[in-house]
Design a protein around this ligand. Sequence first.
Ligand code: AP5
Length: 219
Amino acid sequence: MRLILLGLPGAGKGTQAKILATRKGLLHISTGDMFREAAAAGTELGKRAQDYMSKGELVPDEVTIGMLLERIEKPDAQIGLMLDGFPRTIPQAEALDRALAGRGQQIDAVLYIQVPESDLMARLTGRWSCPNCGAIYHNQTKPPKAAGKCDECGAALTQRADDQPATVKTRLDTNRAWTEALADFYRKQGKLHEVDGTGAMEAITDRLVESISRIPGAA
Ligand code: AP5
């Protein structure tokens, strides 16, 4: 199965992708995580991506598409995909469709997590994450058991530089039109599942699992 999680920044893509990928035996690929890892490693790709990410802008397609297509060629990606944060533009979606079609594959469904924009600023500015294992927390809605420490691995939690209010606003402005354009693109393909992303995280997981169960051929 090859799935895409679509949604504005803070909609809960990363939170839900980790849970669903484990439950469904899919490889979770987040292009945001890939860029942050490259930036932390100080690679040329990471330095270039960082310039855009720190401003809340999209990394150019010519960088992003090549990186993602190379990743999904690897053997561990053949078990199935849970894409989080890709595609983010129509050229990215078209490149993904072409690459998969070349191997006789396709995207099975796109799960569009919908959350009112008024909730997203609070979600993002309160987010903390683990730089070691990637676990995601929130100071109000999902605090760690011990302040500042990851429940999973004990590492010190950090805040993302692009979760400052001014950058969050730019991210929302940047992503709004593209997210709707992508929803239309996949709606026309009959693959879009719109999922209410408000309420408890577990309830949202249940809604996503229910949507997945409606995909033709889904186990
Ligand atoms: P990326 O890392 O993909 O960031 P994003 O899309 O902005 O999404 P986020 O990770 O911020 O949010 P999320 O939806 O995963 O929410 P989360 O689960 O963490 O991209 C970062 C940057 O990289 C981009 O700005 C761009 O520059 C670049 N980039 C990446 N991909 C690209 C691409 N394809 N093309 C070009 N550029 C690209 O949840 C958020 C918070 O809410 C957490 O604290 C969580 O605990 C909390 N929360 C989750 N669910 C709930 C709930 N139900 N109730 C209350 N709180 C909740």
